[in-house]
Write a protein that binds this ligand. Structure first.
Ligand code: SF4
Ligand code: SF4
Length: 302
């Protein structure tokens, strides 16, 4: 029986989530709660319903469909989150796509059948499949099976991970994973706890485990102004990467953006970093140069 996971999206033709043209599989569930998260629909490990108010015409079909009285008529919040069972029936009745279901259970074989359709593009571009989230390694059996099927057809595999999972999960996927995109967000454990909900002990431990066991890794830092762009953080992350004693290890900066904000609204969730603004390109470049000066090869994601 193949393993299953809750999938929110299978996105083809991505050029930002690993080498070449890739299909990115987004899985639901994450142990961290980073305040800047751009994918809030992937945090909880169960399906959720989003409401996009600007698409709603107020036709009332959803309220007639809902057997649980969970649709609140009128403006403002439209779903009573306490009463909603997340059955998804209202989503099917909305002609205007104002209701969206985040997350469907799919087996590794079902996902593989979708991703292999673009095999020709992977071959011509040096691309492949990337699992993302959320934290994809909340489903390690699923990822190991999917990647095993991919390797059966010489499809390159990549994981985008926050690293905050058990070492057992890392061990399970290591043989089938060609590349780890591994987040290093904040060096100081207390600050890490403050901004992500967990300290970084397990993350550091897993990074050491992967580095020691020869995994191909690109470290990545979401660069959040006023949170982790300080000299102390840059020095802390540099010192950690240098301590791994591998000359091939590099860091990629992912500058803060605000593209996930509409999804917080759709889920009726507050966005805590409302006041933070996007960094200028020259400010990002200053951070990049500091890493280089500290002996860490550093690039900026597009
Ligand atoms: S069915 Fe869709 S468009 Fe009609 S009221 Fe419900 S959410 Fe709005
Ligand atoms: S998901 Fe189900 S319970 Fe929730 S609002 Fe829609 S129809 Fe009602």
């Amino acid at each position: 029986m193949p393993s299953a996971a809750i999938v929110t999206n299978i996105q083809g033709y991505s050029i930002h989530d690993g080498p070449g043209i890739r299909t990115v599989v987004f899985l639901k569930g994450c142990p961290l709660r980073c305040k800047w998260c751009a994918n809030p629909e992937n945090l909880q490990g169960y399906p959720q319903i989003g409401f996009i108010s600007k698409l709603c015409t107020g036709c009332g079909r959803c309220a007639k469909t809902c057997r649980f009285g969970a649709i609140i008529p009128g403006n403002g919040q439209r779903i009573d989150r306490e009463a909603c069972t997340r059955c998804g029936e209202c989503v099917e009745t909305c002609y205007y796509k104002a209701l969206i279901r985040y997350g469907e259970t799919k087996t590794s074989e079902e996902v593989f059948a979708k991703v292999r359709r673009d095999k020709m593009f992977y071959e011509t571009s040096g691309g492949g499949v990337t699992v993302s989230g959320g934290e994809p390694l909340t489903h390690p059996e699923f990822v190991a099976e999917l990647f095993s099927l991919c390797h059966g057809e010489q499809i390159h595999t990549c994981i985008e991970t926050c690293g905050c999972v058990s070492e057992k999960a890392m061990e399970m996927v290591l043989p089938q994973t060609d590349l780890f995109y591994f987040d290093l967000k904040i060096a100081d454990p207390e600050l890490h706890q403050q901004y992500t909900g967990m300290d970084n002990a397990q993350i550091i431990s897993n990074a050491r485990y992967l580095a020691k066991n020869g995994a191909k890794i690109l470290f990545r830092q979401p660069l959040i102004p006023g949170v982790n762009d300080s000299d102390a953080n840059i020095e802390g992350i540099s010192a950690f990467i240098r301590s791994l004693n591998r000359s091939d290890l590099a860091l990629q900066l992912m500058p803060y953006h605000r593209m996930g904000l509409s999804k917080y609204a759709a889920l009726d969730q507050p966005y805590e970093l409302e006041e933070i603004q996007v960094m200028k390109a020259e400010e990002v470049e200053t951070v990049r140069k500091k890493y280089e000066e500290l002996g860490v090869s550093c690039t900026v994601s597009k």
